[in-house]
Design a protein around this ligand. Structure first.
Ligand SMILES: [Zn+2]
Length: 82
């Protein structure tokens, strides 16, 4: 799992991350699951791979700023397709 590591940097060198939807500054961790086709893994069944994301504790929105870039690209494509 990818966890941001606390850095040994004074707080005045940081900037806050807030929810893009409601500006709430607190988040909780959640898992987004991606399915991997059995044809890719070579297994007998499709597999799931978890990706940890951060949800706003107020409105539940996933902060896209915090997503891995590859996943963000993928989600953007899926949204365009609908
Ligand atoms: Zn929010």
């Amino acid at each position: 799992m990818q966890q941001p590591k606390p850095l040994n940097i004074s707080i005045d060198k940081t900037t806050p991350v807030v929810c893009v939807d409601c500006s709430n500054p607190t988040f909780m961790e959640a898992l987004m699951l991606r399915k991997v086709s059995k044809f890719i893994t070579g297994q007998s069944q499709d597999a799931l791979t978890p990706i940890s994301v951060f949800l706003c504790t107020e409105c539940g929105a996933v902060n896209k700023e915090l997503l891995p870039p590859e996943l963000l690209n993928q989600l953007t494509k899926e949204e365009d397709g609908e």
